[in-house]
Write a protein that binds this ligand. Structure first.
Ligand code: ADP
Ligand code: F6P
Length: 325
């Protein structure tokens, strides 16, 4: 660490997302290129409170752009939810000379960043979550890799589902949001897509549709169910009992969060990482980097957190149009 240089910190927080390493690399290298010291904070806000802070160099982020996970590790931290924890975090930043902090994570992590900004630490958020559930941006790090991973897995399940002429319910992640389910449902040509934003809990409709489609010659029936609806195993049992057709449930789980990032996740994460550093250089604080209508932009964190995200009607429309045939 060199004296007299501005120092920024960097952490990953909340659920990890593939592509976070590309963003870390970009922050470190853009920071160093701009003449700053960059410190990595391990394990999100938990590591900040434990002072797990390491100097980063260009070499410390070599060979990571293609790797899943986060080299800084990530955590959820209850203590940081308290005012006392946040004050302690800001003090530790000051103690280590950290004037600006880049936080890669989801909405919860941005709330924490907003609190640190109020306490005098310049903070910039980068959206990192496979769920795509951050309202201010149409891109979040990890979503692209997650949908491609899930899509490939669902293709494989479809093969065996067809051979056995079964119904398959495949549950994908997304917490309270249905984006992964909707994208995969469309990409995998599913017979049904269940997402929390629109699901009406009408299982009889699903059952009637399966029976109708079997009568019209369909050999399999793929239902993509979002985690926010859940209960795939029970749903499978009820569908099998009502239709007499063998039904299996598969929960894809954490495989959706790992693996090598797609080209898009590497490139967008790199651009967002560099942009976060540029915002700090301009003296900006409490901002979140976003991608909207083809451009990389930034918003005030509190305004961004107050925005409401709605699924574009074109996605819902095509989903509905293509599955009823
Ligand atoms: P994500 O960032 O993916 O939404 P979480 O909601 O789990 O994940 O938040 C990650 C961490 O951010 C939490 O463990 C906590 O340390 C911090 N955090 C979340 N909400 C707040 C809040 N309201 N105030 C301060 N810190 C918060
Ligand atoms: O937010 C990412 C995510 O993978 C969600 O899709 C899921 O609901 C949650 O995290 C799982 O969290 P954990 O890794 O703590 O089980």
């Amino acid at each position: 660490m060199e004296e007299g240089k501005k120092t920024i910190g960097l952490l990953t927080s909340g659920g990890d997302a593939t592509g976070m390493n590309a963003a870390i690399r970009a922050v470190v290298r853009a920071g160093i290129a701009a003449g700053m010291n960059v410190k990595g904070i391990m394990r999100g806000y938990a590591g900040l409170l434990e002072e797990e802070i390491v100097d980063m160099s260009s070499r410390s982020v070599a060979d990571i752009i293609h790797r899943g996970g986060t080299i800084l590790y990530t955590a959820r931290c209850k203590e940081f939810m308290t005012e006392e924890g946040q004050r302690k975090g800001a003090e530790i930043c000051r103690k280590h000379g950290i004037e600006g902090l880049v936080v890669i994570g989801g909405d919860g992590s941005f709330r924490g960043a907003g609190k640190l900004a109020e306490l005098g630490i310049n903070t910039i958020g980068i959206p990192g979550t496979i769920d795509l559930d951050i309202a201010c941006t149409d891109y979040t790090i990890g979503f692209d890799t997650a949908i491609n991973t899930a899509m490939e897995a669902i293709d494989k399940i479809r093969d065996t589902s067809t051979s056995h002429e079964r119904v398959s319910i495949i549950e994908v992640m997304g917490r309270h949001a249905g984006y992964i389910a909707l994208w995969c449902g469309i990409a995998n040509g599913a017979e049904d897509i269940l997402i929390p934003e629109t699901y009406d809990h009408d299982e009889q409709r699903i059952i009637d549709q399966i029976i109708r489609q079997r009568q019209s010659g369909k050999k399999h029936h793929i239902i993509i169910n979002a985690e926010g609806i859940g209960h795939s195993v029970g749903m499978a049992a009820r569908i099998e009992a009502a239709t007499g057709i063998e039904t299996r449930a598969t929960i894809l789980g954490h495989m959706q969060r790992g693996g090598a990032p797609t080209c898009k996740d590497r490139v967008y994460a790199s651009i967002m990482g560099a942009k976060a550093v540029h915002l700090l250089l301009e003296g900006k604080t409490r901002r979140v980097v976003a991608h909207q209508a083809g451009e990389f932009v930034d918003y005030d964190i509190l305004e961004a957190l107050a925005m409401k995200k709605e699924i574009h009607s074109d996605f819902l429309g095509v989903g509905r149009e293509l599955i009823r045939v």
